[in-house]
Design a protein around this ligand. Structure first.
Ligand SMILES: [Mn+2]
Length: 287
């Protein structure tokens, strides 16, 4: 069996990594993290070289998050808007490539926060499949994989379940597209976390560990034994990344609907979260 990597999302520390706070990478590595999720949207092209260099020096594997913002409407009835969203994702693919990132993930089959007040239509689902397929073909030339993230009903109405995303994956039918499962979203939408994780065997390329309130993993009521038992069952050997939001930037707060402090500090999430995920990974022989 392979060995999982324990990662942390940059959002635990900051919404934007700059030269001034680049030391968050060193800090994460010091705690023991093997990997960091970078916000591709907030990373400038000009900064990719510096960021990559520091990560490589530290031996920190970078992965890239880049959910579609409200204005990039991949499933809009207007073709111009759909094209704009596709072009935007291609840009993020190029950024991922510049950063040496293999997995680009997020809510990338629809954009968060837009609702029609109706269930998804056939056309909208078709636009999502068509759009991701085009980006996937493009990403393949760069050796980048796309991870479609589970997202709950308050963030999108298009698809909310692992079952729905697996169906979408089949329709996209590209080898470099997989799933990002996130315990926070799954806790809202899935009846059984273990069964859902097992159902995505061989198709999960990234994993977010989030507590039910998006605070420190291990401090709430996510059934962690079910989660890790599922990961063991599917021989998961990729990144398990802690995602939480301490930073109060408007960009993140409004997308994830975080309006209060979820933990005493970024440090406590990082350190206590790491210890907990490491302990669980050891318990289920993932490390
Ligand atoms: Mn997530």
């Amino acid at each position: 069996m392979g060995k999982v990597k324990i990662g942390i999302h940059q959002h635990v520390f900051t919404s934007k990594i700059t030269e001034q706070n680049l030391s968050v990478l060193d800090y994460a590595r010091e705690i023991g993290f093997d990997s960091m999720d970078v916000n591709l949207r907030n990373t400038e092209f000009e900064f990719t070289k510096i960021l990559r260099k520091r990560a490589e020096k530290l031996g920190l594997v970078l992965t890239g998050g880049g959910s579609l913002p409200k204005k990039k409407e991949l499933i809009s009835p207007e073709k111009d808007k759909r094209v704009e969203a596709i072009e935007y994702m291609k840009e993020l693919v190029r950024k991922a490539y510049e950063l040496g990132i293999e997995v680009y993930h997020g809510l990338i089959y629809s954009n968060g926060g837009i609702f029609t007040g109706k269930s998804p239509t056939k056309e909208e689902l078709g636009y999502a499949v068509e759009g991701v397929k085009e980006v996937a073909k493009y990403a393949r030339q760069y050796g980048v994989l796309l991870g479609l993230e589970t997202a709950n009903r308050y963030e999108t109405y298009l698809v909310n379940t692992v079952e729905g995303l697996l169906k979408m994956l089949d329709e996209i039918d590209e080898p470099n597209v997989g799933l990002l499962l996130d315990t926070y979203h799954m806790n809202i939408e899935e009846k059984d976390l273990y069964k859902s994780i097992v159902s995505a065997k061989g198709r999960t390329i990234h994993f977010h560990v989030n507590e039910n309130d998006r605070g420190t993993p291990g401090t709430g009521h996510i059934p962690w034994d079910d989660v890790f038992n599922g990961l063991k069952e599917i021989d998961y050997d990729k990144v398990i990344a802690i995602e939480s939001f301490v930073d109060d930037s408007i960009d993140i707060a409004s997308l994830a609907a975080v309006w209060r402090k979820l933990a005493p500090s970024a440090d406590s999430i990082a350190k206590e979260g790491y210890e907990f995920i490491r302990k669980m990974s050891e318990k289920y022989s993932l490390i």
